[in-house]
Design a protein around this ligand. Structure first.
Ligand SMILES: [Zn+2]
Length: 536
């Protein structure tokens, strides 16, 4: 009996002590004290993604979340692993709202998405330009099962859906076909897509009228999605750069959907300088309450194909077989060539088109003008000759530095790579923006560049709990060296990894360690959390 009493007293004292401690500490601090963190990043210069100026702070991670931001020593924090970030910048992992990584993420050898991890990108959006997969759910599940190196967000592609319902024609949908397209957008959203993408410059998206896009966007809007567009015209091909911005804004207004302009630019000498009016149009729309924004890559060349840059869309109706027939049709060919002449002028001439297609070592690195000279033919004749063999990738030097700078300084313009084969932007965009525009030219500040590469993108695309270094957020964190961070990829060698990212952490796991990929597949296929239906 006595021993039982003694035992009880022995129990009562520690319980009272625990109760007292609990009384004087916050629940969160209590939880942290009870367990050791997994990872502490110490003594770094924190640029947290909010746009606020840098401060010294330690960052603690437990599982896949950031659980502590502050002075770890004062708070008595310990962790299984410590990273000393003295002299380095600690920032949220970058988010790229426009990539062409559907193939990479699905490929056994490339699913690590190393080109992006080495830039500090921890989340990529793909399915842009209207080209995605029809079965969004299946693709996301595949990525879940096989593992991916970065997080990934999918958009439903308008071109993919249109092509499925109408084929590669320039036909307009009848009521039943429009309903079918709407149902496909709804299904994509229900399966986790974050919005609808269009490529109105490309076939078959170019054949659609604005009204069709509005109807489909309404479906995405009702499910909390965004509208992301490669606009109908970034130059002077059809409705012009400003006409295209107006069309995008109209879609936002009438479909009540946030609109995001992909890779904003003034393409070609005829529209150089129009960045000013383009920005004014977007600002006016924003003042009206339309959530209009854009993204940009820091290069003066765009990356596309020879066919997309020169061949008029009417010649592509019906698909490739029809195009080949038209090229050889003596009735059609003269009109084709003369329109291609005009398009070539829009692009800045044959000097400004560089073949980047790695598939043909004889041609890669050559300008269209050089090939034309060697073959003793006009550039457009040679272009058709090349297009007949296959559709080659080109870098098209068509931007003016003043427009690039003006766009970059806007608070509503995010950073995107639009990464594609043969163009250095796939491997270099984010570090290049830091090296060139923050450190060398001082056009923008570091907190501004980080925000527009992380939190702003997360807000714009409604990606929850990412893009900031904040307690409770997912632990997508990068640690980089301001002295060395830089792109290395060039037009001659477009696949050189960027340097300077010391650590890249994805969902709490170290994917890049001391500048090298660890092989971790810590990314997740993200799914849109559907908003509750407001009408209910
Ligand atoms: Zn595009």
């Amino acid at each position: 009996m006595r021993s039982i009493i003694r035992c009880s007293i022995a129990l009562v004292i520690p319980i009272a002590l625990i109760a007292l401690t609990h009384f004087y500490t916050t629940p969160q601090a209590q939880t942290l004290r009870d367990r050791q963190l997994d990872l502490l990043i110490l003594h770094g210069k924190l640029v947290d993604g909010s746009g606020k100026k840098p401060r010294m702070a330690d960052v603690g991670i437990s599982g896949d979340r950031i659980v502590f931001v502050g002075d770890a020593r004062k708070a008595n924090m310990t962790a299984v692993r410590m990273i000393d970030a003295t002299g380095l910048v600690v920032a949220p992992g970058f988010i790229d709202p426009h990539t062409h990584t559907l193939g990479d993420l699905s490929d056994e050898k490339r699913k690590g998405n190393q080109a992006y991890l080495m830039q500090g990108v921890t989340t990529v959006v793909t399915g842009n330009d209207g080209g995605s997969v029809l079965d969004i759910g299946e693709m996301l599940s595949k990525w879940d099962e096989q593992g991916i190196g970065t997080n990934a967000v999918l958009l439903a592609g308008h071109g993919t859906i249109r092509g499925h319902v109408l084929g590669p024609t320039d036909a307009q949908p009848n009521a039943a076909q429009l309903e079918e397209m709407k149902a496909l957008v709804a299904r994509a959203m229900d399966e986790g897509a974050f919005g609808l993408s269009t490529g109105l410059y490309y076939a078959p998206g170019s054949y659609s009228k604005t009204e069709e896009v509005i109807e489909l966007s309404k479906v995405a809007a009702a499910k909390g999605g965004i509208y992301d567009t490669h606009m109908r015209d970034e130059s002077s091909y059809s409705i012009g750069l400003l006409g295209s911005i107006k069309e995008t804004i109209r879609i936002g207004r009438e479909a009540k959907i946030p609109v995001h302009i992909s890779h904003i630019k003034a393409l070609g000498p005829e529209v150089w300088g129009q960045s000013k009016q383009a920005i004014e149009l977007i600002k006016k729309a924003r003042a009206e309450g339309i959530e209009a924004s854009a993204c940009q890559y820091p290069y003066d060349a765009s990356g596309t194909t020879l066919e997309a840059s020169l061949v008029p869309r009417w010649a592509e109706v019906g698909g490739r077989a029809e195009l080949l027939k038209r090229i050889d049709d003596s009735q059609v060919r003269p009109r084709l060539l003369s329109e291609m002449e005009v398009n070539l002028k829009r692009r800045g001439g044959a000097e400004s088109l560089l073949i980047t297609d790695a598939g043909d070592p004889q041609l890669v690195g050559k300008k269209l003008s050089e090939i034309a000279k060697a073959r003793n033919k006009s550039p457009v004749e040679v272009a058709l000759e090349l297009i007949k063999t296959r559709d080659l990738s080109v870098a098209s030097f068509n931007m003016n530095e003043k427009d690039i700078d003006r766009f970059m300084k806007q608070s509503f313009i995010t950073t995107c790579s639009d990464g594609s084969a043969g163009h250095p932007r796939k491997y270099g965009t984010f570090p290049r923006k830091l090296r060139e525009y923050v450190y060398n030219r001082k056009l923008i500040t570091l907190p501004f560049a980080v925000r527009n590469s992380s939190a702003l993108t997360a807000e714009t695309f409604r990606i929850p709990e990412r893009g900031l270094i904040r307690e409770g957020y997912f632990a997508d964190v990068i640690v980089f060296d301001e002295k060395t961070v830089a792109d290395r990829a060039t037009y001659e060698q477009p696949e050189l990894f960027s340097v300077g990212m010391k650590f890249v952490i994805v969902n709490g796991k170290v994917a890049v360690e001391n500048g090298a990929y660890t092989g971790a597949l810590a990314g997740r296929a993200l799914r849109k959390q559907l908003l509750p239906n407001r009408s209910q």
